[in-house]
Write a new protein. Structure first.
Length: 85
C-alpha cells in the first residue's frame, strides 16, 4: 500500500505544500487540507484518500488560477466561470 513519504513547502507558492506519496510528488495542497485530512508522513494512502487528495488538489489549482486571472484583470463572475471551465 502507498504511503505519504514527505510533506514539503512548495517552492513556487507560499502557503502551499507538496504531498509526496511513495517518494513522488503527488499533489499540492494548502495547510487546511493537511489538517482536515490528517495528513502526516507515514500515513497509508488508500483509494479514498488518494481520491480526496486529487479532488483537493484540483480545487486548489482552480482557486489559484482564478486569483491569478483576477489579479491580471477585473472579470465578471460569468467570464471567470467560463474561463475556468
Amino acid at each position: 500500500m502507498a504511503e505519504v513519504t514527505a510533506i514539503v513547502s512548495s517552492a513556487r507558492k507560499d502557503g502551499r505544500f507538496v504531498v509526496h506519496v511513495d517518494g513522488k510528488a503527488s499533489t499540492t495542497v494548502s495547510l487546511d487540507v493537511i489538517d482536515r485530512l490528517h495528513l502526516r508522513v507515514g500515513l497509508a494512502v488508500d483509494d479514498g484518500l488518494a481520491a480526496a487528495l486529487a479532488e483537493e488538489g484540483a480545487a486548489l489549482a482552480a482557486y489559484d488560477r482564478a486569483l491569478n486571472m483576477l489579479a491580471f484583470q477585473a472579470r465578471s463572475s460569468r467570464d471567470l466561470r467560463r474561463r475556468l471551465v
